[in-house]
Design a protein around this ligand. Structure first.
Ligand SMILES: [Zn+2]
Length: 135
């Protein structure tokens, strides 16, 4: 992850934004996929990072939403075509439909952001319990 010299939370506070995190299983899955040679045990720091971010965000009054992690790395952030073949390798994303090319993690982060936005909007406007949307 790279947020420049400014921390993620500081940036969210300054720009009045929230933070979208993948649910824990998503974080574990991503960590496992990123480093196939590592065991699930080694992905624990990623889960702890998520918990830490959520804790700090709550203290700072920055909203946090949790999104469904399914296929965030296989979905095109531009046209939303989702296919395993969009991901030729760990680093690259290349959409088979619209031709969009990006770094795989960067494309996935766009998807997480878009899903986070949907959760946020639905949570604010819907009278349905928010927990059903972020579970
Ligand atoms: Zn596409």
């Amino acid at each position: 992850m790279s947020y420049g010299d400014e921390g993620l939370l500081a940036r969210a506070e300054r720009t009045g934004r929230g933070i979208a995190l993948e649910t824990l299983t998503g974080i574990r899955e991503r960590a496992r996929l990123r480093s196939p040679q590592r065991t699930t045990l080694h992905s624990l720091p990623f889960a702890q990072l998520g918990s830490f971010i959520a804790y700090k965000a709550k203290r700072a009054g920055v909203p946090v939403v949790y999104v469904d992690p399914a296929y965030t790395s296989q979905e095109c952030s531009q046209c939303h075509h989702t296919a395993r073949h969009n991901r030729p390798d760990q680093a690259r994303f290349s959409c088979r439909v619209c031709g969009f090319v990006d770094h795989a993690d960067h494309n996935a982060s766009h998807n997480i952001r878009q899903r986070g936005w949907m959760v946020w909007v639905c949570g604010v406007q819907s009278t349905a319990p928010v927990l059903t949307l972020i579970a």
